[in-house]
Design a protein around this ligand. Structure first.
Ligand code: SAM
Ligand code: SF4
Length: 470
């Protein structure tokens, strides 16, 4: 019987169990790796011991096998879809002192700004006119004029209210500080999509060292944030690790413990995992010299391992990474990406030097149309779908459909219809031409039910109807 009561401490992060698994793992024999990969191809996920073993693979031939398996799982579950979104930084005020972040309270090297509702509406309009349908609201942990959560609730309402041309934002996600259960309930009423909290590091001593002041110092409050979100009815939650703070092998295993805890108590794990790598931030020495930097080879391996270990959880890749690294990890498991991002409040409507008020520097500066064209060249369908959330297929309901493979007959047609909306309303002529050709080709490869729905929805969009989903 599931209790569904939030944990008060991070007791589910069991250092000893992680140390035991890591101590037992050794440079694995190829037969052992191949056996684990065969298991992963059954799409039921992997144990901590399996993941620890895979994390030690260095042999180039075996690594290629690992990547093949990740590609197989990615294609089996997500097909050729890639979901796009844009972050909207509404405020860089913050009372915390996270040593890696430009927004930390004592950093005097950046300009502080909290957008008012008119400014938020203006930024939203710009994003709508670029073709976005999903926004991720981001803010530091201090709200203007002591408005508290009301500032966030007002901002979400503002974003949903803006209409421009044929477009509007259809799903607002958020990456904010953890909240009490009652406030999560208010966010649910405000129609929040996914709520993200990155633990940064699951390693308590490193966490204490990196978070020097403010409420974020409380490891237990943060690590139990997703429990409270679930208890408050926000059942699409996103978790993440800031890679570079501590040993990545430890972090990946600890995150699996976090996921197991959520599945155990609430019957569903996270909707998404984010894998930010530390990027240089103004006024942060740690961000320039992270204590445990993750190199590109290990980074690809991390994405592939997550894809195999938690096959039904989306993996998000932000514009922290270069276009090249993003493209490589699409094949290995990434299912959602940001595009055309700015990490400074007001960044879409001002021309100021972004480093003056940005959170960190970006690796991929391309506008959305270039990102979309690149996806087309790679054979992916850029999707702006918000169907599941709109129809209440969230949390356990989503997973119940995803695990037996039922969700594809919704995702594929919705991917195509939202892609067509983008092409017809926002794309450059070249992107439109190449995209229409790809969409027509991909529909023909879909299984019968998905194809029937996709053809019907595509015809409606081409005839001028918008917001068509199943
Ligand atoms: N203030 C809230 C918090 O800390 O949870 C939410 C927003 S915070 C701006 C979003 C995330 O940015 C953090 O969780 C952290 O992982 C990431 N971040 C901070 N500094 C970074 C850096 N230098 N490079 C990459 N990501 C960074
Ligand atoms: Fe503030 Fe979040 Fe940056 Fe920490 S990571 S300083 S809490 S904005």
């Amino acid at each position: 019987m599931k209790t569904k009561i939030s944990a008060k401490t991070g007791h589910f992060i069991d250092d000893q169990a992680i140390a035991d698994v890591l101590a037992k793992s050794h440079a694995p024999a190829s037969s052992e790796v191949l056996e684990i990969l065969a298991k992963a191809r059954e799409l039921h996920g992997l144990s901590m011991a399996d993941v620890a073993t895979l994390s030690l693979v260095t042999d180039p031939g075996l690594l290629e096998e690992l990547f093949h398996a990740a590609r197989f799982v990615k294609e089996s579950i997500y097909g050729r879809r890639m979901v796009l979104f844009a972050p909207l930084y509404i405020s860089n005020l913050c009372a915390n002192e996270c040593l890696y972040c430009a927004f930390r309270a004592k950093n005097t090297a950046i300009k502080r700004r909290a957008l008012n509702q008119e400014e938020i509406a203006r930024e939203t309009e710009i994003l709508i006119n670029q073709g976005h349908k999903r926004i991720l609201v981001v803010a530091g942990e201090a709200y203007p004029e002591n408005k508290g959560l009301q500032y966030i609730l007002d901002s979400i309402a503002t974003i949903y209210k803006v209409k421009s041309g044929n477009g509007e934002i259809r799903r607002v996600n958020a990456n904010l500080a953890p909240l009490p259960v009652e406030e999560f309930r208010l966010l649910k009423e405000a129609k929040i999509g996914t709520f993200q909290i990155f633990q940064e590091t699951y390693h308590r001593p490193t966490y204490a060292q990196m978070h020097q002041a403010g409420k974020k110092r409380d490891f237990d409050w943060r690590v139990t944030g997703m429990d409270r979100a679930m208890e408050g009815g926000v059942d699409d939650v996103g978790i993440g690790i800031l890679f570079g703070l501590y040993d990545w092998r430890y972090e990946v295993l600890a995150m699996l413990q976090h996921i197991a805890h959520l599945e155990d108590v609430f019957g569903v794990g996270p909707h998404t995992i984010s894998v930010p790598r530390m990027e240089p931030a103004t006024g942060s020495n740690i961000s320039i010299n992270p204590p445990h930097p993750v190199n590109d080879d290990d980074f690809r391996k991390i994405v592939a391992i997550f894809r195999l270990a938690v096959p039904y959880t989306g993996i998000i890749m932000s514009t922290r990474e270069s276009a090249q690294m993003r493209a490589e990890t699409f094949a290995l498991g990434v299912s959602q990406i940001s595009a055309g991002s700015r990490t400074n409040p007001g960044g879409y409507s001002t021309e100021e030097d972004p480093m003056d008020s940005s959170q960190f520097s970006l690796g991929d500066h391309r506008p959305i149309d270039e990102v979309v064209l690149d996806l087309i060249h790679l054979g992916y369908i850029p999707s702006f779908c918000t169907g599941c959330y709109r129809l209440g297929r969230t949390g356990a309901d989503f997973m119940d459909m995803a695990k037996p493979g039922l969700i594809k007959s919704h995702c594929d047609p919705n991917g195509v219809s939202t892609f067509l909306e983008y092409l017809l309303d926002y794309a450059s002529p070249q992107t439109r031409k190449e995209g229409m050709e790809l969409a027509d080709k991909i529909v023909l490869t879909m299984p019968p039910l998905a194809r029937e729905r996709a053809e019907k929805q595509a015809a409606l969009v081409k005839a001028g109807k918008r917001d068509v989903y199943c």
